[in-house]
Design a protein around this ligand. Structure first.
Ligand SMILES: CC(C)(COP(=O)(O)OP(=O)(O)OC[C@H]1O[C@@H](n2cnc3c(N)ncnc32)[C@H](O)[C@@H]1OP(=O)(O)O)[C@@H](O)C(=O)NCCC(=O)NCCS
Length: 233
């Protein structure tokens, strides 16, 4: 109980003026983890029904659903909590922080290991969905509302849908064209640009041969031609 209150104090500035009793009675993330610890022990002792009943009541009170068979290490902190789902085969290391709306779920109806493994010191932002038996490397940060369906490298920052690394070891991925995972080359756009430039060049050559100044050329000594573009639109 003390360690979970300490985790809340260490990572939630809102605990600054709250007593330990207030945190225990009114921080849903702390309550949900304590209920999970109880459900987990009951389950490992082979007690029927009760583990799921504890989990069910905990979800009703806190809005956080943790399967009693999930494996969760020490120092976890769930901030705000509502809408968090941690599936049966999820594994969470030490000192992990989750915000509201995080899902550690499966991708479909498969059985066996089907939920994510989260290594130590990972932070997962609000609304992030991590799906499938992927591994999130230690110290990684998952941005709010990110959808992650592939492994995440250690100490990286992953954002977007689908989630992609934008930083590793605190450095942005901008070294060399292949390292920039955001601004990937777009061969289709490059081809269209090249064709467009070629058409313009040919139009100018035709205009010169026919004596017509062409749609994009200025009238000698006058304003540029106005009107609809030959490209339509
Ligand atoms: C991802 C996060 C942890 C920041 O990690 P960081 O390593 O410090 O990364 P940065 O802030 O330097 O951002 C890196 C890039 O990702 C972008 N980014 C950050 N968070 C993002 C998100 N959730 N979605 C999309 N892009 C995001 C930044 O704009 C920046 O883009 P740029 O390189 O084009 O400038 C943080 O933005 C986040 O989402 N935290 C979750 C907090 C939360 O859920 N709070 C709820 C409180 S109730």
């Amino acid at each position: 109980m003390k360690s979970h209150i300490a985790a809340a104090r260490g990572r939630d500035p809102a605990t600054a003026n709250a007593s330990s009793l207030e945190i225990l009675l009114t921080w849903p993330g702390v309550q949900a983890i304590l209920a999970y610890r109880l459900a987990c022990r009951l389950r490992r002792s082979g007690v029927p029904l009760l583990p799921f009943a504890v989990s069910y009541v905990s979800r009703a009170v806190t809005g956080i659903e943790i399967h009693p068979d999930a494996k969760i290490g020490p120092g976890i902190f769930i901030d705000h909590g509502s809408g968090v789902v941690i599936g049966e085969t999820a594994e969470i290391g030490e000192n992990v922080t989750l915000y509201q709306g995080v899902t550690l779920g499966g991708t479909g109806f498969q059985s066996g290991k089907r939920h994510p493994t989260i290594e130590d010191n990972v932070t997962i932002g609000s609304g992030a969905k991590l799906l499938g038996p992927i591994t999130v490397g230690h110290g990684a940060k998952i941005g709010a509302n990110t959808v992650v369906v592939e492994d995440v490298p250690p100490r990286s920052t992953v954002v977007g849908n689908p989630g992609h690394p934008v930083k590793v070891d605190g450095r942005k991925l901008t070294d060399g064209p292949d390292a920039d995972w955001i601004h990937l080359p777009d061969p289709l756009q490059d081809a269209v640009k090249s064709l467009s430039a070629r058409i313009k060049e040919l139009e100018q050559q035709v205009a010169e041969l026919s004596g017509d100044p062409g749609p994009d050329r200025e009238e000698p000594g006058g304003e540029p031609k106005k009107g609809r573009s030959s490209a339509g639109g």
